[in-house]
Design a protein around this ligand. Structure first.
Ligand code: FSX
Ligand code: SF4
Ligand code: F3S
Length: 386
């Protein structure tokens, strides 16, 4: 019953959107995909995978396909702040174009500094024009941390010499929805790491409007496109966790669905990179994996058309979708518990602690408890000496 009501609600939303004019060329998504060699069957398979990812029943697949078809009805403005452009690259630079990247080609991207042909004054005019023309209707996607306050000038863009902070504030004002794409925009990211010389902050710190965070350094192409499709489908904000991340993507820990989890539970660990355990695909906890403290769906969806992801490639998760991971998750190749023991307790039995963590401590405390709780547990010297 509830499912049917939702189906009707989403159908209504999509038919309202359908009445809006196409913002780009009069070309259907089918012909766009066909030109790129994607069959209708592949497209429907993709739509069904996205439906599952958004935690919707399989019967909603035609609606998701329709949402993708209507992705040219909403204007999008994409701003770059201080970052590496990895978020855009994650979406666009796969070896063969994925359907996600083709959808991205198809959407009505009114302004994107990496992709647009315009430069200099022309580019700035385009941005101002898009903000004016689509006032209250456009989706704002921002990539990168934002140097702020007295340090805002560290990010100065364009002929008018506006700071990134100025542009992001201005574009946020009349946006219909705002998405912070990547950890930098969501939480500040690498440029906000201590000592944060440019005063870089998250997008949510410079606007009082709601910001949906889509973290990851970079986030997967699926999480970026899924966020957009979710908005097209619902027209409202998704259910969020405490850090404003959509729950459909960030409700589980990387550890929960990790392909090496069986080895963790069995106490089989890689002791150092390149050892026998590494060859056997053992758990990477002792060489620094932060999967137990990191909320993201990479263990399920992977990257590059489901080809691989950090842990499959043989390195632990570095916690890239968590706030301040550069400061809180390092050193990246040591367990969190080692770090706490060697800094707070001056090297007190670091290896012994890691040994106990695998089969003992973490299992007893339940890896399922909140990361903070797990960390404060490690801080207790008595636990380490058990
Ligand atoms: Fe880079 Fe985007 Fe990391 Fe940041 O991604 S992949 S530094 S999240 O803002 O470009
Ligand atoms: Fe996977 Fe890391 Fe958890 Fe081991 S600690 S099971 S490698 S997420
Ligand atoms: Fe990032 Fe960890 Fe996934 S490092 S990409 S959250 S496996």
């Amino acid at each position: 019953m509830q499912e049917q009501r939702l189906y009707e609600k989403l159908t209504k939303r999509l038919s309202d959107l359908e009445k809006l004019p196409r913002l780009r060329e009069e070309k259907s998504i089918e012909s766009h995909l066909e030109e790129k060699g994607v069959s209708r069957r592949d497209f429907m398979k993709w739509a069904s995978a996205i439906t599952a990812m958004l935690a919707l029943p399989g019967t909603f697949t035609p609606l998701v396909a329709k949402a993708a078809k209507l992705s040219d009805r909403l204007p999008i403005i994409w701003l770059h702040m201080a970052e590496c452009t990895g978020c855009s690259e994650s979406l666009l630079r796969t070896d063969a174009p994925t359907i996600d990247s083709l959808i991205f080609d198809y959407i009505s991207l009114e302004y994107h500094e990496t992709l647009m042909a315009a430069a200099g004054w022309q580019a700035e005019n385009n941005l101002e024009h898009a903000i004016e023309t689509y006032k209250g209707q456009y989706i704002l996607m921002v990539e990168g941390g934002i140097p702020s306050g007295n340090s805002a000038h560290y990010l100065t863009i364009g002929g008018h010499g506006h700071t990134g902070e100025y542009s992001a504030k201005k574009a946020s004002k009349n946006a219909a929805a705002i998405f912070a794409i990547g950890t930098c925009s969501s939480y500040g990211g690498v440029q906000a790491a201590i000592p944060n010389p440019t005063g870089a902050v998250a997008l949510s710190k410079i606007t009082d409007k709601p910001v949906i965070n889509v973290p990851g350094c970079p986030p997967s192409e699926k999480n970026i496109v899924g966020t957009l499709l979710h908005y097209i489908l619902y027209g409202t904000l998704p259910a969020l966790d405490a850090y404003n991340r959509p729950k459909w993507a960030y409700a589980n820990r990387v550890h929960d669905l990790c392909e090496r989890r069986g080895h963790f539970d069995a106490g089989e660990f890689v002791e150092e990179f390149g050892d026998e355990g590494a060859k056997k695909g053992y758990c990477l906890y002792k060489v620094g994996c932060k999967g137990p403290y990191t909320f993201n769906n990479c263990s399920k969806n992977k990257f590059n058309s489901h080809m691989s992801w950090p842990i499959q490639a043989g390195h632990g998760c570095i916690g890239c979708s968590e706030p301040d991971f550069w400061d809180t998750m390092g050193p990246f190749e040591e367990p969190v518990a080692n770090r706490l023991y060697s800094t707070v307790f001056k090297g007190l039995g670091a290896d012994a602690t890691a040994d106990k963590i695998g089969v003992g401590l973490l299992t007893v405390t339940g890896i399922g408890i909140a990361a903070h709780a797990a960390i404060s547990k490690f801080k207790n010297p008595k636990d380490g000496e058990e």
